[in-house]
Write a protein that binds this ligand. Sequence first.
Ligand code: PMP
Length: 441
Amino acid sequence: ISKLQTYFLSHSLQAKMSKPVQARRLEGIDKNIWVEFVKLAATYSKVNLGQGFPDFPAPDFLTEALTRALGGGNHMLHQYTRAFGHPPLVKVLAQFFEKLLGRELDPMTNVMVTVGAYQALFCCFQALVDEGDEVIIIEPFFDCYESMVKMAGGTPVFVPLRPNPPKDGKLMSSADWQLDPAELASKFSERTKAIVLNSPNNPLGKVFSREELGLIAELCVKHDVLCISDEVYEWLVYDGKQHIRIASLQGMWDRTVVVGSAGKTFSATGWKVGWVVGPDRLLQHLRTVHQNSVYHCATIAQEAVAQGFQRELMLYGKPESYFIQLPKELQRKRDWLVQSLDDVGMKPIIPEGTYFLVADISQFKSDVPDVPNSDEPYDYRFTKWMVKNKGLAAIPLSAFYSEAHKNNYTNFIRFCFAKEEATLKAANDILQKWKQEKTSS
Ligand code: PMP
């Protein structure tokens, strides 16, 4: 090579290496459980009960609304809409949440539409959390809360739900996992800016009771703390339980942002339509993040979701309502998977809500030996082995815990039961065969 080429080569190499390229806010959050496990499931699984999405169709009224929006002659539905939410959608969301929260809402200032609940959460943390702020996160938690707090410069402070063994040899319920009130209170300090609440909770399926929410609300008011309330599974509550909205408790409206998802609500996770509902004094800051990042999400999807909500508003509380039919159908699926897991000895924790179920893998441990002193938690090893050797995909529970507490929860895995009957039957066949192999070996 010529002298000139050598000069440019060494110069460009130097230029490449002289500065660190990664922003400091990304340190320690580069690994992502979903990227890794979605790939594993795509490569190996015959039956995928891992990531949380339905494998049954979205309701006809929703897909028909999308088709109408596409072909209905309103070509403006293919163009930009209002940054903070397509007007028909924010209007119907305001009407709907007025009913649920028992207060008047202004569609333009109390509601904002986002790219799924994920971006709603991102806006919350970016807009409300500063360098040095502490944010309380209840474990187990949807994993992105921790990364999002860190990216905003905040410090996550974890408080675990503690399992109480059930009486009379009964199966455990997600209600048996509870906060220790003194421990929770001890996490609030001068530095606490916000608490993240997720009820119904992913991954356990816990639906927080009025008493538990009352305690959280009392502490928020006492310490002047905000509440980011992730309620994406608000309609998926079973056994006649009631989903209680913390924003409706005394003193909480002014300090709460409610996060929701059309993906979970209408079984259409790929549409990525979400929202936040809350007071203007908080939402105005979320709007600043939103207008400077994504601006808005697909107009046509917002139009179809608006029509879905208009239908549900008309049928509110009636048996034909999707928000009544879906939990009924999912409760049957939950019961089916509970039975199937209990039968093979993979003890399920009965969820009160969501479409997830956590099961105890202790009786299956002999098949997947531990590797002492490994950095990888045992439940990660177990789920990887299970998808590669049995074709069944699930998610390790310790993925929903902070680094410091992961090792206390490595005997559980999470299944998603928002699946067709045939998928759940196929999972049952795998588990039954596995059990037989175990007893005959
Ligand atoms: N919050 C929780 C608790 C979730 O489980 C999920 C999806 N798994 C989300 C938020 C994100 O929802 P979306 O798909 O609407 O972005």
